[in-house]
Design a protein around this ligand. Structure first.
Ligand SMILES: CC(C)(COP(=O)(O)OP(=O)(O)OC[C@H]1O[C@@H](n2cnc3c(N)ncnc32)[C@H](O)[C@@H]1OP(=O)(O)O)[C@@H](O)C(=O)NCCC(=O)NCCS
Length: 156
């Protein structure tokens, strides 16, 4: 059955609350050994606020179900591309609760970001996702994204 949801403007605090819970499973096991959940939550909030204030402009939308529960969220920010020096819209997070996936919520949130870009005259959207997140990579490919840079890391 088609799930009811609506897309609403979101404030930073509501986004942080939703994203904190959604992002915890993405934290690596090695990092989890060093971080309690409370410490993670503190650092998460601090980092989101720092990045938010460094953007030229921010865009947050929440997907809310009939009971008022947040079931999806997107946060994107306009910033300057560090290679091409043009304004780009960077998607920091786009996520939908596990039990609400496959109902078009992610598609609607992404469309809202694209509409925001058109309005602002921004012509490039970018994001980073873990290489192991094959499903999301495939989803973004279907939405017209292509891999353009490779982020590499080395454990010391
Ligand atoms: C990737 C993610 C955001 C997709 O969100 P979603 O709400 O499940 O995505 P959608 O429902 O819009 O799209 C999934 C499929 O559902 C189907 N669908 C079902 N009902 C639909 C509707 N009413 N409208 C559009 N698509 C619908 C489509 O077939 C769609 O296929 P597509 O992938 O070819 O577009 C979600 O899986 C997620 O949160 N993953 C975990 C977090 C993550 O990995 N985030 C991305 C990295 S930052």
């Amino acid at each position: 059955m088609r799930k009811f949801f609506r897309i609403v403007e979101g404030d930073l605090e509501s986004f942080i609350e939703f994203d904190r819970a959604m992002s915890w499973p993405f934290v690596s096991e090695s990092a989890k050994k060093l971080l309690s959940y409370d410490e993670y939550a503190r650092r998460h909030e601090e980092l989101v606020k720092r990045l938010y204030s460094s953007n030229l402009e921010n865009f947050i939308r929440l997907a809310v179900d009939e009971g008022g529960r947040v079931v999806g969220a997107v946060w994107a920010g306009i910033r300057v591309d560090p290679v091409d020096f043009i304004p780009i819209c960077y998607i920091y997070d786009l996520e939908v609760s596990e039990d609400s996936r496959g109902h078009g919520i992610g598609t609607k949130l992404l469309s809202a970001v694209e509409e925001f870009c058109r309005l602002k005259g921004v012509r490039r959207l970018a994001l980073t996702t873990p290489a192991r997140n094959k499903e999301a990579i495939e989803w973004y490919r279907r939405k017209g994204f292509a891999i353009s840079r490779v982020y590499m890391q080395k454990e010391l």
